[in-house]
Design a protein around this ligand. Structure first.
Ligand code: GLN
Length: 308
């Protein structure tokens, strides 16, 4: 059912209400390539399940989607492996930073969830075990899911991250010691760094994630990406774990399942209604887009469309 809401006007109102105090945070500096991004960029795109589009600002500009891509790698692994995946990675919020090592020691190498770095690395290990050419097949899956054949990795970002990825190197080796990484650590990390380097615009992100607003079926391509029960589970995981140690804050302020990335992007889903993506590169201390969270909070407050 179409909502008689002019989201475009709402986006304009929200952005024109921003003050200097809203312009906080820093671009991610630990991945050298990401520091080059213009911190003033701001893009918003919303598509309803009936495929009505609303956009604002730099919504057509591609950026590094980083950890947002972890939802798509999980979707593919779930399709291939089914529920057995949950013997290798948990479904609980971590309450700690996205790249933290601490829980892994006392939880014997089983990451809390698939969206912290450790969990996404295990998902990559699963894909390396199950696929013949993991980098190619993962990209094909994302292109099919979104219906956008031009989506690609950015090798400069992947290389940049590989050079500085000491924590991720530590995580994969630590988990290998516990027996939860089955393949060569470098091979697994190569897939992980490429996954994080994928570039999409807000508009493309929404198109790739719209299946989570429509019971697993992409309303644009009409293809079943995943069954409705698994679509529900992915949304639940985004609700509980999509923002690391700020998942509670995001639920409290926005009230939608979502996923962030250190490129400054956030995707959020209202099952049955819409998918929205925001991009603003300056991050808060938890690695989530400062303005992105603010835009989403105001959208759900003004429209009253949160899931709660
Ligand atoms: N590629 C980043 C990393 O591994 C992803 C982190 C993120 O987007 N939160 O650190």
């Amino acid at each position: 059912m179409t909502d008689a809401i002019d989201y475009q006007e709402i986006f304009r109102e929200i952005v024109s209400g921003f003050t200097d105090a809203d312009d906080r945070g820093d671009v991610a500096a630990y991945i050298p390539e990401l520091v080059k991004i213009d911190p003033r960029k701001l893009g918003i795109h919303l598509t309803t399940v009936e495929q009505i589009h609303y956009s604002f600002g730099d919504s057509d500009e591609k950026f590094s989607i980083q950890s947002i891509a972890k939802v798509l790698s999980l979707t593919l692994a779930l399709k291939i492996l089914g529920k057995d995946i949950w013997t290798r990675v948990g479904v609980e919020p971590s309450g700690s930073a996205f790249n933290s090592l601490v829980q892994l020691e006392y939880e014997k190498g089983i990451p809390r969830n698939p969206f912290i770095n450790a969990g996404a690395i295990v998902v990559c290990d699963i894909l390396v075990s199950c696929l013949t050419d993991p980098k190619v097949e993962l990209l094909e899956f994302i292109r099919e899911t979104s219906g956008i054949p031009t989506i690609d990795y950015c090798s400069t970002v992947a290389e940049s991250e590989k050079r500085m990825g000491f924590r991720n190197i530590a995580l994969v080796n630590f988990m290998k010691d516990f027996g939860n990484i089955h393949n060569d650590a470098d091979l697994v990390l190569d897939l992980y760094f490429h996954l994080c380097s994928i570039e999409m615009s807000c508009k493309e992100l929404v198109q790739a994630f719209l299946f989570l607003a429509a019971d697993g079926i992409n309303p644009v391509t009409k293809t079943t990406v995943i069954n409705s029960q698994r679509s529900k589970r992915i949304n639940s995981l985004m609700q509980m774990c999509g923002f690391y140690d700020e998942a509670g804050e995001f639920a409290f302020r926005v009230g939608l399942p979502g996923k962030s990335g250190v490129g400054g992007g956030i995707v959020a889903v209202h099952p049955g209604k819409f998918c929205i993506a925001v991009w603003s590169p300056k991050l808060n201390e938890n690695g989530n887009s400062h303005k992105g969270m603010k835009v989403l909070e105001e959208v759900t407050t003004k429209t009253k469309f949160s899931i709660f």
